[in-house]
Design a binder for this molecule. Structure first.
Ligand code: BGC
Length: 525
């Protein structure tokens, strides 16, 4: 059956690509373009100016070989020191928005609010001021996976007290930066963070508990997001007038066949991934999707637990969480095809979120592959996902907070060019369909530390030379193509700039300017 499905999916892709003709279509002037990064992935300066240890600093020192190339984020792209160059790059691209994250242990070295590290605050003050002076609107993520190690020692996201800790941290951010930051993203990708860090021990703090820890982590993230939202509402919104959202990741998924089982498995997959976080915040009823509540309770019972491994919310908590986002930050990378048959029984660890979901997935091998094993290019998936979100959650305001693909090193990144064109085309389709998408951040502005895969994955519009102490950044072909899309607000499939030519020009221009400067000095002598 599989080859037939793959073939059909391929035809579907070709037909929908042909149907989506971009000629004459453009992004409106209200739609904004940006680029995104995260603190641990680019900043470096891991132990300077009073910063405390994050869980990734701890992992780098205690378990260095866990990361693919035994690397770490000690220096990364060195953006703590090179942020002016980063801002220059944003300007080169012509984008107007930057999504970056604030390192919690830089602000609160011990995690709690009893001690604020003024030097950390000063750093982000200077950085935010510089962004604004350059006409770039900041979108600040409060938490992109670099939890203070001190808090991890108390259980991290498995301890419900983190709701208080996160709320206190959020308040400090509003107090110090809220006069200029008007768009806050509370927490990055609860599903991925909880799955990799507290489910399958792939990310710091490397806890293995896919059937319990995973759910506890997700539960506390929903409560922590709500706490940050209510603090903003009660103490800051009337004066600062900003907006808050959470960043939720989702693949698009569709059934492998039109069998009832595959269709139901696809519905379940959506509910156990996207729905787990969207339903409590964005639906009218709030709470987890009913299928999750029922399925995990039944499985827990049959596995001998006294209560559901998915700890429920009280009525009060359901109300507390409902509506706690002014917009959705959506991260999207790829699409999967879902099936359910007897082979799925026993496929996953028991207990686990995957076993509870009871659905397996694969990708169409004709979709262009990338360096990242989980990403194949299938642009229409983003269109379908956005329409699904519109139809299921009452058309929320969406900013695409991450979208991108990894390649090998080198400037001629044809795969990334193709990927961005195809996904941005899908955004145009979704807007035409009535989806309220108002902005887009490419992941990523530059190559960075890709978590457990170290520097083996290149996600940057700009290549970073990690062998060079200067961490030189050079625009790839995709950077030039993105720049043209941003400028013209249309997607020109024929535009094929040569990154080597433009960089050679840049370096000769640089040389010429030195020669001119010397001549100038000589003339004045
Ligand atoms: C994360 C990024 C990561 C990217 C590519 C997202 O899930 O938010 O930190 O670099 O995926 O894997």
């Amino acid at each position: 059956m599989r080859p037939l499905i793959v073939f059909l999916a391929c035809c579907l892709a070709a037909v929908s690509a042909a149907a989506r003709n971009t000629t004459g279509r453009s992004f409106s002037s209200e739609f904004f373009f940006g680029a995104a990064t995260a603190s641990y992935q680019i900043e470096g300066a891991w132990d300077v100016d009073g910063k405390g240890w994050s869980i990734w600093d701890y992992l780098a020192r205690t378990d260095p070989d866990h990361v693919a190339d035994s690397s770490n984020g000690d220096i990364a792209a060195n953006s703590y020191y090179m942020y002016r160059r980063d801002i220059e790059m944003l300007k080169e691209l012509g984008v107007t928005h930057y999504r970056f994250s604030i390192s919690w242990p830089r602000i609160l070295p011990y995690g709690r609010a009893n001690y604020v590290n003024q030097r950390g605050v000063n750093h982000y003050n200077e950085f935010i001021d510089e962004l604004i002076a350059n006409g770039i609107t900041p979108f600040a993520t409060m938490y992109h996976w670099d939890l203070p190690q001190n808090l991890q020692e108390l259980g991290g996201w498995l301890n419900e007290e983190i709701v208080d800790w996160f709320g206190d941290y959020a308040r400090i951010l509003y107090q110090n930066f809220g006069d200029r930051v008007k768009h806050w993203l509370t927490i990055n990708e609860p599903y991925v963070h909880c799955n990799l860090a507290y489910g399958y021990s792939m990310h710091a703090p490397r806890i293995h508990s896919p059937g319990i820890g995973y759910y506890e982590c997700g539960r506390h993230i929903l409560l922590a997001n709500a706490r940050a939202y209510h603090i903003y509402d009660n103490e800051f919104r009337s004066v600062q007038g900003g907006k808050l959202g959470i960043v939720i990741s989702s693949e698009y998924v569709f059934p492998a066949s039109d069998s009832e089982e595959d269709i139901e498995a696809t519905r379940d997959y959506f509910e156990f991934h996207l729905g787990q976080y969207m339903n409590p915040i964005f639906s009218e009823t709030g709470n987890y999707p009913q299928v999750m509540i029922d399925r995990v309770a039944a499985a827990s019972l049959s596995q001998g637990y006294n209560s559901s491994r998915l700890r429920g919310f009280s009525e009060e908590q359901i109300e507390y969480i409902k509506g706690t986002a002014d917009f959705l930050g959506l991260n999207h990378y790829s699409t999967r095809i879902i099936y359910r048959n007897s082979s799925v029984i026993g496929m996953f660890e028991i207990p686990s979120h995957e076993d509870d979901t009871y659905a397996a997935s694969f990708q169409n091998e004709f979709w262009p592959a990338s360096q990242a094993p989980w990403i194949r290019e299938y642009g229409p998936g983003l269109y379908h996902l956005l329409v699904h979100i519109k139809d299921t959650y009452n058309n929320p305001l969406v900013y695409i907070t991450e979208n991108g693909v990894s390649t090998t090193a080198g400037l001629n990144d044809y795969n990334r060019v193709s990927y961005y064109r195809s996904y941005l085309n899908a955004v145009l389709d979704a807007i035409a369909e009535g989806c309220d998408v108002q902005g887009y951040f490419a992941w990523s502005l530059m190559d960075n530390f890709e978590w457990a895969l170290g520097y083996t994955q290149r996600f940057g519009l700009y290549e970073v030379d990690f062998g060079d102490p200067e961490r030189t950044r050079t625009p790839r072909k995709s950077a030039l193509v993105y720049k043209e899309i941003v400028r013209s607000r249309t997607i020109d499939y024929d535009y094929d700039p040569d990154p080597y030519a433009s960089n050679a020009y840049a370096s000769s221009a640089w040389l010429l300017s030195i020669v001119f400067a010397i001549v100038n000095v000589l003339i004045q002598l």
